[in-house]
Every structure is written in C-alpha cells, then in structure tokens.
Design a binder for this molecule. Structure first.
Ligand code: NAD
Ligand code: TDX
Length: 356
C-alpha cells in the first residue's frame, strides 16, 4: 500500500479539511500536508491552531482558481518532497447559500476544479508516476430518494440527478474529474459522502447551528415538516475513508461513503433537545428550503468490500453527544466564528511571514 510523501490538500481550513489535516498528521506522521485555502467565510485557521509549529504541515493562502499558485506548489520540491497526491476538498459547501447566490459555486466548484485538474495534468509531464487526485464529492449529486421506499439507497451506479445549485456544481465537478481520467489518463478517484458531523463545523450547518442556538437559549429553526432524512457520519470516519481511497483505491473509480445512520431531521432535533435537556417548545417550524431533498441514503458496500473500510466513530447517539460536548467546551471557537473575530487570525498569525 503506497503511503504518500506529500499531500496537497485544498480547502484544509474548512470543517472536513481541518479534521483531515489532523487525521493525516496523526496517522501518517511521515506524510507532509500542504493546505491550500482561500480563506472564504468558511475557512478558519483557528481550526488548526494546534498544528502551528508542526514541520510536516504548512498553510498557503491561495485560490484553486489561480493557475499560477497551483503551478508553483505542484513544481515545488523545497523544503519538503514534491507533491505526489492531491486531495481536493475546497468548495462552496452550503446548499442554502447556493439558493441565494449560485455564482461562487460555479466559479469555485466547477471552474476551480478544472483549473486544479489542468495544473495537475501539466505537473505530471515528465514524471514517472502521475500525481494521484482524490476528488471529495457528496451524496447530493444523486438527488433525492422517496420516503416510502426505505430499502432504496444510492449506489455508485445511481444516475446523477442533482437538485440544488450546490449539488449541480458538485455533479459538474465530478464529470470533469471523470473526463480527466478518461481523456488524459489522469490518476483520479471520486468519493461521495453523506452528511458529516463533528468538531469545527461551521455553525450554519444543521447540527452546530442547533446546538449553539440551544446553548445561547435560542430556538432551533426546523425546515418544513422535519421529515427529511439524512445519513449521518462522523467526520473522522470520513477522513479515514478518504485516506483509504487515496492509498488503496482503484484509479478511475467512484466510492460512496456513508454511516448507515439515517435519521429524520425531526428525530435528530429530538435527540439534540433530549441530550441538552430541552423540550419541544424550543423547535420553531420555519418555511421549507426550496427544492429540499427528501431523503439521502448511501450504500457504502463497495468501499467496505474492496478497501475494508467501515465506520467506527459514528455510533448514535454517543457520537452526537460527544460532538455536543465539544461545542459546549469550545464556546470560544464558535463565538469567534459568530462574531467574525476568527477572520483576524490569519493577519495576526501570518503577518510578515512568507506564504511558504
Ligand atoms: P467548508 O465549507 O467547511 O470548507 C470549505 C473550505 O474550502 C473553506 O476552508 C474555504 O475557505 C475553502 N475554499 C472555498 N473556496 C475556495 C477556493 N476558491 N480556493 C481555495 N479554497 C477555497 O466545507 P466542508 O463541509 O468541510 O466540505 C469539504 C468538502 O467535502 C466539500 O467539497 C464538500 O462538497 C464535501 N462534502 C461535505 C459534506 C458535509 O457534510 N459537510 C459531505 C460530503 C461532502
Ligand atoms: O436551519 C436549518 N434547518 C433545517 O431543518 C438547516 C441549516 C438545515 N435544516 C435541514 C435541511 C437538511 O434536510 O437539516 C438537514 C441538513 O441540512 P444542512 O446541514 O444544511 O446539510 P445538507 O443540506 O443536508 O448538506 C450537507 O450534506 C451534504 C452539507 O452541507 C453538504 O456540503 C454535503 O455535501
């Protein structure tokens, strides 16, 4: 099983990306990680403040739409070994934002992915072994399942039928990655994961939003009838799966990742309320999200059979309770996100330093 010398991770200052940096540094101490992140509203370097001083990790502020930055990073051998793998997580990731303004979703998720693919293809020129490219995608590209057929799940062969601008932009990026493999023989893989939860998730997503609202004594806004279903996976299980795909996956393949942990939003809300000692009076039913997908459910059997991966950190409701405890114990982190103070970290911490 190849272990990689140097991963270029895009979007590493976000929720999953920052957990992935920490996961790789803990489980593959010989693998260097360069985190390329544009620090949009979702990028927060405080997520990685514990890695300041780790020689195997470096942060570079830059945009995946900037071909010059990509060229420089992919050809750079110093001070660490050259990049031999790219894990692509940078994206606009919130469905509600894509409904309000889809433009950043097209420029980052679609054009940015193609710019990154082009840069990797050029960097492969003259190399004996091409750079391996793992594209981190989502179950939302498959669209929505009905509630009345509980045995139906998304398989890798399920046709893509994205319903939101976010999902459509991710599906487009998946198609570009597929084309790069087919046309240019690039060493690409695609993962499609279900809903993640865990530490450092931006408090616009349902679990950290509801938990932090309740800590502040506010109600939780439940969309529509609350019967939409999501399949919840702990972020560390996702990180382990992405690493397994990077190290053991078959080039050109798609791998679904899921927790086998379907919950309606109403069930999820009741569990959060119960774990936090609140009653139903804290639920505020609000207008539904336009085009709200009814149900996501992932069949992750291929990943289990072919690569031996299984979720081990997503046990319900214990993993949810531990996540709630994390937000309770890390009030500073999310209060600085809510106030906007987290945006000063980069200028304070990196002032005067070269980006490399
Ligand atoms: P996030 O919004 O928390 O983080 C995204 C990161 O990408 C941020 O740090 C942001 O600054 C960076 N970024 C955005 N545009 C950029 C650009 N143009 N150049 C460089 N960096 C840029 O997202 P997340 O929830 O951590 O999701 C990470 C990836 O996983 C995304 O591709 C998402 O589609 C996918 N995914 C997420 C989930 C989930 O439940 N959160 C589930 C399945 C797949
Ligand atoms: O305030 C809310 N009230 C509510 O009822 C919010 C923010 C959400 N919801 C519902 C909508 C969804 O059915 O909760 C469910 C989860 O919503 P989000 O946290 O916004 O996640 P979702 O839309 O399911 O998408 C997530 O999973 C797939 C991630 O944000 C995506 O990046 C990932 O690809």
């Amino acid at each position: 099983m190849p272990q990689y010398n140097h991963i270029l991770l895009t979007g590493g200052a976000g929720f999953i990306g920052s957990n992935f940096v920490r996961f790789v540094r803990a489980h593959r101490p010989d693998t260097h990680v360069t985190n390329l992140d544009a620090l949009t509203y979702a990028g927060n370097l405080e997520n990685l403040s514990d890695l300041e001083g780790d020689d195997g990790y470096r942060f570079v502020k830059g945009d995946i739409r900037d071909a010059d930055v990509l060229r420089e990073l992919l050809s750079d051998d110093n001070p660490i070994p050259g990049v031999d793998a790219v894990v692509h997580m940078a994206a606009e990731s919130h469905v509600d934002r894509s409904i309000l303004d889809s433009q950043p979703f097209i420029t980052t998720n679609v054009q940015g992915t193609q710019t990154l693919l082009d840069a990797v293809r050029h960097a492969n020129d003259g190399r004996d072994t091409p750079i391996r490219f793992v594209h981190v995608s989502t179950d939302e590209v498959y669209g929505s399942l009905p509630l009345d057929e509980p045995n139906e799940k998304f398989a890798e062969s399920t046709p893509l039928a994205p319903n939101s601008p976010y999902a459509a932009s991710k599906a487009s990026s998946d198609m570009l990655v597929r084309a790069a493999h087919h046309t240019f023989g690039m060493d690409t893989l695609i993962t499609r994961c279900s809903n993640n939860f865990g530490p450092y998730q931006f408090p616009e997503k349902v679990i950290p939003l509801f938990v932090t609202n309740l800590i502040e004594g506010k109600k939780v806004p439940l969309y529509g009838d609350g019967l939409n279903v999501r399949d919840w996976l702990h972020v560390d299980d996702h990180c382990e799966a992405v690493l397994a795909v990077l190290e053991k996956g078959r080039s050109g393949e798609v791998y679904n990742i899921g927790g086998n942990n379907e919950r309606s939003n109403l069930d999820l809300t009741h569990t959060i309320l119960q774990l936090m000692g609140h009653g139903d009076e804290m639920i505020e039913y609000v207008t539904d999200r336009p085009g709200h997908d009814r149900r996501y459910a992932i069949d992750a059997g291929k990943l289990e059979r072919d690569l031996g991966w299984q979720p081990t950190r997503s046990a319900w409701p214990d993993a949810l309770a531990a996540t709630i405890d994390w937000y309770k114990s890390n009030g500073d982190w999310w209060q600085r996100v809510r106030s906007g103070a987290y945006r000063d970290y980069y200028s304070k911490q990196y002032a005067g330093r070269s980006v490399h």
